[in-house]
Design a binder for this molecule. Sequence first.
Ligand code: IPM
Ligand code: MG
Length: 362
Amino acid sequence: MKNYKIACLPGDGIGPEVCDEALKVLEVVGKKFNHNFEVRTALIGGAAWPTHGNHFPEETKAICDWSDAILYGSVGGPVDQQFEPQWKDAEKNAVLGVRKFLNLKINLRPARIWPDLKHLSVLKPEKIPEKGLEILTFRELSEGLYFGEHKTIDNDGDRLATDICEYHESTIRHIAKFCFEAAKKSGKKIASVDKANVLDSSRLWRTVVDEVAKDFPTVEYEHWLVDNCAMQLVKNPDWFEYILTENLFGDILSDLTSTFSGSLGLLASASFSEAGFGLYEPSGGSAPKHAGKDRINPIAQILCVPMMLRHSFGLETEAASIESAVNQAIADGFRTYDLFTEREGEKKVSTREMGQAICDRI
Ligand code: IPM
Ligand code: MG
């Protein structure tokens, strides 16, 4: 029996309770398909502060190093406590810290509309095709504005703040190749998004994407300016399949597309290093006000598991069995509070009940 080593970093707020459900699902799959998933749990974010005085302690780094893949929860504290040491910069230190430590360079953020949950989408029904909708954002995660130098100077009393946006050709080439390879396999078309009418980093982005595209003559792609892309995503969402873009634009556009699903509680995401090491996390945050109430939707965290099984371990059948169990639980009417609309056939359930409904369908 092969042993798969998983680091679980539940983090803050709802992180621990939704990670529990994801681990339950993992256990069921392990039993059913005869795999051994060895899980070690470690502290991250505000949860690590009381014992370590640090949002990403050495002990956690060591467990990340030990693992074959990471199941990550969520980090961040209550808004009214954000200046207390436990929470100040917790997200930045943990989220950006982990990305830097593991050298995560590509972030996949799927957004989808389940046919059974169409009514929850912010989009008008006539914008949503019968089969639902699926848009996958390929967000560059290691350069751009978030990782350039940040500084504020006094500037003779008229304070001046600067953030530097840098992009290396090699970084752009890496994510572009990854996206084009995926598109070649799936037959999806790519919208490459930049602001090339203003920014040099975007001009380089466009040039390198064109160069990469030459090796993929069968892949359909178009360049989009980010402002126009945001508008067209809302007006004409069905046009979009893959979005390939840099760090800041990917952060913003993936939040935009996440509203199509109707709940952040449904969306997982995956990040990869150049060597293919993967970290899997839900798209939403730590939602501290819902923590510990057995009420939040665990699906986003649960759907991290099939992404991990598929991309890190190559276990496609196992991954598909979880995805179809989630679809079945939705089709059978199980609804956490964020999905519940009192329609016929809907059953309002807790976090644990939703987790159990999914386990029962694997
Ligand atoms: C995200 C988050 C992070 C980001 C923050 C917390 C730094 O918004 O993962 O989208 O912007 O990358
Ligand atoms: Mg974000």
